[in-house]
Ligand binder design. Sequence first.
Ligand code: SAH
Length: 259
Amino acid sequence: MDTVRAKKHLGQHFLKDLGIARRIAETLGDTPQNVLEIGPGMGVLTQFLLANPNYDLRVIEIDTESVEYLQHNFPELEGRILSADFLKYDLQSLFGEKFSLIGNYPYNISNQILFRVFENRNRIPLVSGMFQKEVAERIAAKPGSKTYGILSVLLSAFYDIEYLFTVDEHVFNPPPKVKSAVIRLKRNNIEALPCDEALFVKTVKTGFNQRRKTMRNALKPLGLPLDEIPKNLLMARAEQLSVNDFISLTQTLEKTITL
Ligand code: SAH
């Protein structure tokens, strides 16, 4: 078996450029760590990860044709391939401890992967790899920018996020319609937010639901006690608010709910 036929519904765009594959693998650094690669495909990134003795590597791949390819061409991966869907896999049972996540990710499920990262933040100290450029920019965006959104707020509450470099579409087979970019997220030292975290998520999501509305209007469904909220927050739109602004909105809401 020499190659895997690219399947669109699995977001398969195989990276051809070995130099870029090496640079992506290097974003994890050299500290000893457990590493999970999502969507190894034909192993272009995997080969560099395998070559690093500091990594205890597992790969998770949904496509059985790719799994067969890997078994055939990378015998050293024996016992390390999970033939499964990352979105459904029980991550707790995986290494039994913390692990880094890497990949040239399937772009069709980027947001779902990133929400899983958020949910498993205490298990995942480091995430790096390639997304479509637009998603990478959104994740790395700061308040006040047009691309700043739900995932930017949620992830930056717990991760320091770096936009590393942009990748041209022509280094893939087949080329995707959009450019790509490599980002890295490092877990910060915040263990818990000073507010109810489920309510924080709800506040962020509701705030961005109608992103052109001011918070006064966008958060109406949550029943915010308007007179207790600083005017500058009420008149702002979600995309202008920092993580700390969302935390203080959540704290105010929490008070009314428990009253
Ligand atoms: N890393 C390879 C392939 C990238 S394409 C390369 O750089 O060439 C994205 C890969 O993710 C494909 O191999 C696809 O089969 C896999 N994939 C798609 N959805 C997945 C899921 N839910 N869980 C695990 N792997 C998935």
